[in-house]
Write a protein that binds this ligand. Sequence first.
Ligand code: COA
Length: 200
Amino acid sequence: MNYTLHPLKTIDPSLLPKIAEIQLGDAGLLSRLGYPFVLRYFEIAIQDKRAFGFYAQDNKTGEIMGLSLASPEPSSLTSQLTHDRKWFIAQILKVLFSRPLIFLQMIISSITIKSQMENETDAVECVYFTVDPKFRGHHLGRTLQKALMDEGRKLGYKKILASIETWNKASLAATLSNGFTIVKTYREGIYHRHRLENRL
Ligand SMILES: CC(C)(COP(=O)(O)OP(=O)(O)OC[C@H]1O[C@@H](n2cnc3c(N)ncnc32)[C@H](O)[C@@H]1OP(=O)(O)O)[C@@H](O)C(=O)NCCC(=O)NCCS
């Protein structure tokens, strides 16, 4: 595969729908909330001062192949989803009536995300790394996560953290081969997750 990693902040906003489409391939809560939430989340992430990430683009075709995103305060990204009240209320009502369990999960996860980083100083969270199914299995996921580690180190962070569902073998393999270790296993509503960390 012949591709280049670019900083997510430099992406042409017209490519964000493709980023959102790829991110929908992740089984986490954001994807379960649906496409409008995913798209809005990435619109917020590229404007956020502290979040950073990368996207992989095919050198020949220009196709977006995958993305990664990190933040020292992931809860601030999700809380910014509520800033446009009218939009948020309309979207969240749809979730509440069509998928009430996901609504409940959103509340549980927002409390967990906030508390997980509360006592962490000099740490950054690997929030997402996702590869288009067409390009999986060629170490792109590992490379996108590694780019977060390198950038985090450059920015002066001392530790990187991640939460991964216990069934997610590909994500776990990539993260462990990037040098993370599992520090605990916990339940977060419908999710069973490992918490992993790595020194930068
Ligand atoms: C997780 C994900 C990004 C991995 O991307 P990828 O480019 O296919 O992964 P890589 O090729 O970099 O593989 C990294 C390691 O995982 C292993 N691996 C890849 N797919 C695997 C699978 N399905 N089962 C077991 N191991 C797997 C590889 O052999 C490799 O191991 P190695 O480093 O020891 O050689 C990709 O599967 C994905 O986008 N999944 C959906 C989104 C997601 O779950 N993201 C993570 C959320 S925490």
